[in-house]
Design a protein. Structure first.
Length: 135
């Protein structure tokens, strides 16, 4: 393929991924009235602490698997090797996410007590770990 064709292909794929992020942000803005109606300011703080915690855990769980995936996928010489890379990346991601979900569910009360000084937000912690698993 020529350079122009590659640039068009890159633009198309960038637009596809960009639309996904754009839709996510639009939905977040549309949900804002729902948040402000049912949550009080202290709830925002509780949620933000869990968002920060989940971002840290997410980065640790992935352990650079995306970068490794792309490096080894394009380095593979056969379809069989590429399939092995895909499967390994998938199962690593699913395995670490499932372990984190189990640990989060098991220690939700302790995490809530550590973050908030009580176990009032235990269900919110559990919901966060379910969301982390689904991510």
């Amino acid at each position: 393929m020529g350079l122009v064709a590659e640039i068009k292909r890159l633009g198309k794929h960038s637009a596809i991924y960009g639309v996904g992020g754009l839709i996510q942000r639009i939905v977040a803005v549309l949900l804002l009235p729902l948040y402000t109606r049912y949550l009080n300011p202290s709830d925002y703080g509780a949620i933000e602490a869990l968002v920060a915690l989940s971002a840290i855990i997410f980065a640790l769980l992935r352990a650079g698997i995306q970068s490794s995936f792309f490096r080894f996928y394009f380095h593979a010489e056969t379809d069989s090797e590429r399939l092995t890379v895909v499967r390994t990346s998938f199962w690593f991601t699913m395995g670490t996410a499932t372990i984190a979900l189990a640990a989060g569910e098991l220690f939700a009360s302790q995490i809530s007590h550590f973050l908030y000084g009580s176990d009032v937000h235990t269900d919110l912690v559990r919901a966060t770990f379910v969301g982390l698993w689904a991510r």
